[in-house]
Design a binder for this molecule. Structure first.
Ligand code: NDP
Ligand code: TDO
Ligand code: MG
Length: 284
């Protein structure tokens, strides 16, 4: 299968590069997502068997003051990619996020639950989903959450940067979700691309997040425990950690249909965390 991937430097893009090095990866230099027409042209020229979009505007707080850039990247580019894929009749795997939901309640969100994003990042990702669906392309919209890896910027790397002199850290303890290893997302994207080629009727939206659901505070505790650092993590409510963008309190994603359609089970984030800390040489 000839795979075309948008993204090169991001967490999922780098995980894809390890998994399917033979794929073609288009970095910002070759396909800037603020220019959707270029993305469409790249697909038409490459004539791939499937496309995975692993590029996105992911700066959640900055998106609040840069929504038009975030919208071009997260909504208009996936739409253009969808049109180009529809023309070629090849599937597009688009990665989306728990932040399309409002985080109300405590039940896990189902793929067909209504979206109601709380901030600009989630709004632009939700619009990208809708615009892609409207292109008529065979698609897999894979919503994931709390992505971490040894590459790029993520919560694990932020925790590991905590100065040695710090022995106490306050972390929000009332947001619940599933930390997801980028390597598992890469595997899921490739499996879904294959699955959609075999059975286009599987086109639709799916959820994929690491198990078990946890809080950022408990995730931080696991990171410090595994890396052998004695840091006292103190739970705080979201209200005590003010940020430009509001984040959902409940990011639980019901991943059942991803298992039934593609055989993809929720990855174990604790095992994924051990792999990442080993990669980073924090864990022997
Ligand atoms: N990170 C997370 O916690 C979560 C991510 N997701 C989704 O998963 C997907 C992958 O995210 P992740 O790997 O974490 O992303 P990263 O934040 O690690 O990387 C983002 C990638 O997008 C690229 N990019 C950003 N703007 C442009 C642009 N204008 N043109 C071309 N490329 C651009 C970046 O390139 P450059 O290096 O040049 O800036 C980088 O490769 C995204 O769709 C994201 O929305 C979903 C849930 C959680
Ligand atoms: C660094 C730090 C963060 N926090 C909180 C803030 C926030 O609620 C939570 C996580 O911080 P982050 O900045 O990593 O969160 P954020 O960038 O919002 O992460 C999100 O990124 C986008 C792209 C997604 O799609 C989401 O699934 C999610 O992973 O932890 C603390 O409470 N204490 C701290 O010291
Ligand atoms: Mg962030």
């Amino acid at each position: 299968m000839k795979l075309l991937v948008f993204g090169q430097t991001g967490q999922v893009a780098q995980a894809l590069a390890r998994l399917v090095p033979e794929a073609t990866f288009l970095g910002r230099d070759r396909a800037d997502l603020t220019d959707p027409a270029t993305c469409a042209r790249a697909i038409a020229q490459a004539r791939p068997d499937a496309v995975i979009n692993a590029a996105a505007y992911t700066a959640v707080d900055k998106a609040e003051s840069e929504e038009s850039v975030a919208r071009a990247v997260n909504a208009l580019a996936p739409e253009a990619m969808g049109r180009a894929c529809a023309d070629l009749q090849v599937p597009l795997v688009q990665i989306s996020t728990d932040y399309v939901f409002d985080g109300a309640g405590t039940a896990a969100f189902l793929p067909d639950d209504p979206v109601a994003p709380l901030g600009a990042y989630g709004r632009t990702k939700a619009e990208g989903e809708a615009l892609l669906r409207a292109t008529g392309a065979v698609h897999g919209i894979l919503r994931t959450s709390w992505v971490f890896s040894a590459d790029g910027a993520n919560f694990v790397k932020t925790m590991l940067r905590l100065p040695d002199t710090r022995d106490r850290l306050t972390v929000v303890g009332d947001q619940v979700g599933g930390p997801t290893p980028a390597a598992a997302i890469a595997q899921a994207c490739v499996t879904i691309a294959h699955g959609l080629r075999t059975d286009p009727a599987l086109s639709g939206s799916y959820h994929f997040s690491g198990a078990q659901d946890t809080t950022w505070a408990d995730f931080a505790r696991a990171i410090f425990a595994l890396s052998g650092r004695k840091v006292d993590v103190v739970d705080i409510p979201t209200a005590d950690y003010p940020t430009p963008a509001q984040r959902p309190l409940n990011s639980r994603l019901d991943c059942t249909t991803t298992l039934t359609a593609f055989g993809l089970a929720r990855p174990d984030w604790q095992a994924g965390l051990r792999d990442v800390l080993t990669d980073l040489k924090v864990l022997a």
